[in-house]
Design a protein. Sequence first.
Length: 117
Amino acid sequence: MHELPVTESILEIVVKHAKQNQVSRVVSITLEVGELSDLENEWLQHYFDYLSKDTLAAGAELKIQRAPIVLKCRKCGHEFRIQKDELGLTDCPQCGTAGDVSLVSGRQYHIKEMEAV
Ligand SMILES: [Zn+2]
């Protein structure tokens, strides 16, 4: 259940940002969550509803977008996207090196957009 601390930090940023911009209410928050992250949309919204009750962001809708998985070949430096179910098959499409890759993107989460009134 690591959605709880994640949601807490998201809410913290959102509220801080909302205060700085003197908005009266946050309507929606667009989150970008890496394809490899196991954060569940329903839990994020559930915790968010619970934690945001007495804040400017109470009742805000979380819009969750999945960001693609990007790998980088350690040999030639080529970056390429893969699907989650292709993870075991990570041959570099450029030089053909098998399995010598690092993860560039796929586990991160960040706030992409905020809609407020
Ligand atoms: Zn390569």
